[in-house]
Design a protein around this ligand. Structure first.
Ligand code: SF4
Length: 189
């Protein structure tokens, strides 16, 4: 349910079952690198807020990962403010909204970044390798790549959704958070 708080302990599992590629890759990046640049922190951090991760859990999630590479004081000085800010608790008190596909697809990611829409920002062989690593069959990969190579990234994402949820209906994907919600509904959560 959207209103229930999502514990960060469930994120590894949820990233596999219910996150679109753009968010799953950010999740994998932070788990393996224990760091993520500003663009990725915004994209993934706001997404997490949108799926129902509390401010306290968000702070704990980022702190636990970042402090594998830096001390707690540096984390507190350099990053905590922004996390509060994303939840509208500091500064302008603006409640930042999770990014839509349109916004994410327009992002320009540099090497080493993990934000952006991977169907667009990665070159096709890398997308294929990623889909294979995430368990898609060669035939299924070709179905997704049909749209990727034509520049229809949201259709590619909808196809990936169908293939990974055994669904006959291709959803219209225009927001990573609605992708997540659709997935949770189909899974009966
Ligand atoms: Fe994420 Fe949207 Fe791209 Fe899917 S189409 S990977 S939800 S930005």
């Amino acid at each position: 349910c959207k209103d229930a708080s999502v514990p960060i302990e469930s994120l590894d599992q949820l990233s596999k079952t219910s996150m679109p590629l753009c968010m799953r890759m950010c999740h994998d990046h932070i788990r393996s690198q224990h760091h993520i640049k500003h663009g990725g922190r915004m994209q993934y951090g706001l997404f997490l807020k949108g799926i129902g991760v509390s401010l306290e859990d968000s702070l704990r999630f980022w702190r636990e990962e970042f402090t594998k590479k830096m001390d707690v004081d540096k984390f507190a000085r350099s990053y905590e403010y922004n996390i509060h800010h994303n939840y509208g608790k500091k500064g302008s008190m603006v409640n930042y909204t999770p990014y839509s596909c349109m916004k994410i697809i327009k992002e320009m990611a540099a090497p080493g970044d993990c934000h952006g829409c991977p169907y667009k920002s990665l070159d096709p062989p890398t997308v294929k390798a990623k889909l294979a690593a995430y368990g898609l069959s060669p035939g299924a990969i070709e179905e997704v790549m049909f749209f990727v190579t034509r520049g229809h990234y949201q259709f590619a994402c909808g196809k990936y959704f169908m293939l990974t949820h055994n669904s006959n209906v291709e959803p219209t994907i225009n927001h990573p958070n609605s992708y997540f919600e659709e997935s949770q509904i189909l899974m009966g959560n």
